[in-house]
Design a binder for this molecule. Structure first.
Ligand SMILES: Cc1cc2nc3c(=O)[nH]c(=O)nc-3n(C[C@H](O)[C@H](O)[C@H](O)COP(=O)(O)OP(=O)(O)OC[C@H]3O[C@@H](n4cnc5c(N)ncnc54)[C@H](O)[C@@H]3O)c2cc1C
Length: 557
């Protein structure tokens, strides 16, 4: 195969969009999937481009809802009992992120992406000849009880503040829009600006065809073969090994299969969801997706038939399907709409890739030069595919990103570092100056600190979230912070920088890894050869700190 600049791993809507945006910027791109593009999670969604989505999905706030879920009576959520212990840390994090202030913070962090979502789809659809799949008919949300309607009052108030158009409707007004609906609900909210597609698979395929027309190459291969070969990333494909300087992981729920062995472990969970198609009786039809809020399903018209999609199921990604929720919602859907016969024998199962803070990870893989991440789009991957493609392509090619990508960085999962808040390393002296030409001294005039390191620190200070960019291990009041794989800074209790290493860190880690291997058989050598100091520190945890400090010849006062 000819020269390849970037390998995109995973051809769902996200990967296809990233690949297309890269090829449009002149890169030689290979899109690798083990199967046909678009057949993963991106196949079976409800087709909604939720551009005016504001609040992310939240942990149930009432005891009654939780109890219903616990008793497996809730249509909106189900779980495999044996999986609860595994998913518990994620659920707790999800609950923390469902606090009212966090929900608003998430909304603000995600607005730049959601607000461009339709425009970015439209741009790709226009060049891919896929506009026929797009409906600008909004999204209708129905509430069967006053209580469930009242539960969305806050989101509606925020929408009004932001000037997002929505219309509150009574039953007659909603039925004027959708005459086939039975009057089994009490309230309706019409989100006018949402769009939807009539065939998500066809849209993904159209983007793939456009990618190929621009010179992109679609290859069959297993992303799990990804590894570093010198300074390149290599993946084995049906056409032989493929090397490129950049690799982008867009594997949705399967991303951990590739990242885990590379030492990158981010807290992804999956929320499984089901769908099935039905015919419609008589002339019944739907012009837009409908949410039956009290019953936790969406009903929408697709080219394949009337598609009903379910809420979430917490279960291992690859566990046998248990579509009990689906069975629960079908009677409610039959009450609302004159459903005909099922089109397929089986219910489709997909797995939404979700982080507990309802944001995807978009950006560099920490500590792995040339490796990029774009996954974890949760409930909104169809919506956000093209806008993600644009942002990733801008970052990868070094262009100015259309929005600040910081809220989506993998670094947000690192340990919070209180000292980052302190002003004495604010980097005022260096702000705005060239990164390569400067070094500066810490306040006490002792060792020189790498500028890039300080820049990372200062950007965190300016940013506010106070998360370290690297991993932190601490001991006796001292802290070792690794910022990317080339920089190490040790801070003492008074937050003085004691020493930083640039050139010899890898050698030291290699020595340490060999020592660990001999001592307890842990095999870290490969990781170290791949220069992934972050991964090594991840393995070391606190216990390895002493040893590393010794090897680095550092003194802790
Ligand atoms: C029931 C349901 C309803 C939904 N409704 C909506 C909606 O209305 N609107 C919306 O915006 N979003 C919706 N979503 C979410 C959306 O579908 C997902 O967020 C999105 O499809 C994720 O896309 P992706 O490209 O990241 O992953 P995927 O589409 O899953 O793509 C990943 C690709 O990686 C490939 N792959 C996996 N392992 C390997 C390997 N080892 N080697 C090579 N290739 C591999 C797979 O074959 C697949 O093609 C819904 C999801 C579900 C389940």
């Amino acid at each position: 195969m000819a020269r390849t600049d970037a390998i995109v791993l995973g051809a769902g809507i996200v990967g296809v969009s990233v690949a297309l945006h890269l090829v449009k910027r002149g890169l030689a791109v290979a899109l690798v999937d083990r199967g046909d593009p678009g057949q993963g999670t991106s196949y079976g969604n409800a087709g909604i481009i939720e551009a005016n989505t504001l609040f992310p999905p939240a942990f149930p706030s009432s005891f009654a809802s939780l109890l219903r879920i616990a008793l497996k009576q809730a249509p909106e959520a189900n779980y495999h009992a044996g999986f609860l212990a595994t998913v518990a840390p994620w659920l707790l994090a999800f609950r923390r992120n469902s606090a009212p202030d966090r929900i608003v913070a998430t909304m603000q962090a995600m607005r730049p992406l959601f607000s461009r979502a339709i425009a970015e789809h439209q741009a790709l659809m226009a060049e891919a000849g896929a506009e026929r799949y797009l409906r600008h008919t909004g999204w209708l949300k129905l509430y069967r009880s006053d209580r469930s309607f009242a539960g969305t009052a806050r989101e509606r108030a925020v929408a009004a503040e932001l000037g997002l158009p929505l219309r509150l409707m009574d039953v007659d007004a909603a039925r004027a829009l959708e005459p086939s609906l039975a009057p089994v609900f009490r309230h309706a909210v019409f989100w006018e600006q949402a769009a939807s597609v009539t065939n998500p698979l066809a849209v993904t395929r159209a983007y793939v065809a456009r990618f190929a027309a621009l010179g992109g190459v679609v290859v069959t291969g297993d992303a799990r073969s990804l590894h570093q070969a010198g300074v390149q990333w290599r993946v084995d494909t049906a056409q032989g090994p493929l090397d490129a300087e950049a690799a982008v992981v867009t594997l949705g729920p399967w991303a951990p299969d590739v990242l885990g062995p590379l030492g990158i472990s981010l807290p992804l969970a999956v929320k499984r969801g089901y769908h099935r198609h039905f015919g419609a009786r008589g002339n019944a039809s739907l012009a837009r997706p409908i949410l039956d809020a009290d019953n936790g399903y969406i009903i929408t018209s697709m080219e394949q038939g009337i598609r009903i999609t379910t809420g979430v199921e917490f279960a291992p990604r690859d566990a046998t399907p248990t579509p009990v929720q689906f069975e629960r919602v079908v009677p409610a859907a039959q009450e609302l709409f004159p459903l005909g016969e099922a089109v397929e024998d089986k219910t489709w199962l997909g797995a939404r890739p979700c982080f507990a803070d309802s944001r995807p990870v978009l950006g560099r893989a920490p500590g792995r030069g040339g490796l990029w991440l774009a996954y974890g789009h949760g409930h909104s991957g169809l919506t956000l595919g093209p806008v993600t493609g644009r942002l990733m392509a801008e970052m990868i090619t070094g262009a100015t990103p259309f929005c600040d990508p910081a809220p989506y960085g993998a670094e947000r999962f690192w340990a919070p570092v209180a000292w980052m808040k302190r002003p004495h390393l604010c980097g005022r002296a260096i702000r705005g100056q060239s990164c390569d030409s400067l070094t500066c001294r810490s306040l006490n005039g002792r060792p020189r600190i790498s500028l890039r390191c300080i820049r990372a620190t200062s950007s965190l200070l300016a940013d506010g979230p106070h998360h370290a960019f690297g991993r932190l291990v601490s001991h006796q009041g001292g802290q070792l912070v690794l910022l990317e794989h080339r920089f190490v800074v040790l801070w003492d209790r008074d937050e003085r920088a004691l020493r930083h290493h640039v050139d010899d860190l890898e050698a030291v880690l290699l020595e340490l890894a060999e020592d660990l291997r001999q001592r307890d058989g842990r095999h870290l050598l490969e990781v170290v050869h791949q220069q992934d100091a972050l991964a090594v520190l991840g393995h070391l945890g606190h216990q390895g700190f002493d040893q590393l400090v010794g090897l680095l010849d550092l003194e802790i006062p």
